[in-house]
Design a protein around this ligand. Sequence first.
Ligand code: ADE
Ligand code: ZN
Length: 322
Amino acid sequence: MTAPLPKAELHLHIEGTLEPELAFALAERNAVTLPHASAEELRKAYAFEDLQSFLNLYYELMSVLRTAEDFADLADAYLERAAAQGVRHAEIFFDPQAHTARGVPLETVLAGLGRALEAAPERHGISTRLIMCFLRDQSAESAMETLEAARPWFGSLITAVGLDSAEVGHPPSKFREVYDRAREAGLRLVAHAGEEGPPEYVWEALDVLKVERIDHGIRSLEDERLVERLVRDQIPLTVCPLSNVRLRCVDRLADHPLPRMLEAGLLVTVNSDDPSYFGGYAEDNFQGLRAETGLTDEQLRRLAANSFRASFLSPAERDAHL
Ligand code: ADE
Ligand code: ZN
């Protein structure tokens, strides 16, 4: 196999990198009982109908993450795999409310993630940023409380905020005030939109939340005016091909809209979303696209370059990768 292209990963949920073997190891360490007989049995449960059926398992398995050490081990395991897949820079999501709701303090989560991320340049040759996501199926008040609780880490460990979890029925506009506050605090802004939800949610993420990047955004193609806007402003879309197939947003990789998105002039990037659950890390997504959609080497190089262009690295840091 040729060496993987150097790339940035911009859409990666750290909790979605929990491999079944690590889940069982952490369950034992923390005396947590999982409702699955073994790692192999658990893997068999990874057959999803839609986003919600995945989220149910994703939140259930988080019960094994309890201590700062657990979060550090989780992130370090991801960074090791990512490095082997050519990732040189990772902008990593985490879901604080999914942990605080279980009684795990925010300080514990951030102590563990912070430790792994701080060691990453030296240990794995990867620079990182951390993006705090709000669960959109919870209230705007809960998101605001979470934002305020995280204020001590703004600008140091936490660079940006995002919006994830069950999309349909939870439009971006629900979080207008939260994003206003985050912007005032100097944080960068992203949001999941147009994964299962309609193009209107992408418009709202842009015009109401004023995000700088759209996570997924594949349904934008249904709205010509929206595509024009995204092309004109070169708004990055962090697309996750294997995820889209596993969550049945797209039937088969061969039908994935990514080649059409590139053709349309959109600033598209390729990412792994929740790689433990969706059958592949960053380079696996690149290779899948190459095999199934016939993207050329030149297009794959463009996608890898886009990932650095779309990142929150400084211009000088970005240029060092291009
Ligand atoms: N949380 C983790 N993965 C997600 C996805 N693909 N969409 C929305 N929320 C998520
Ligand atoms: Zn995602």
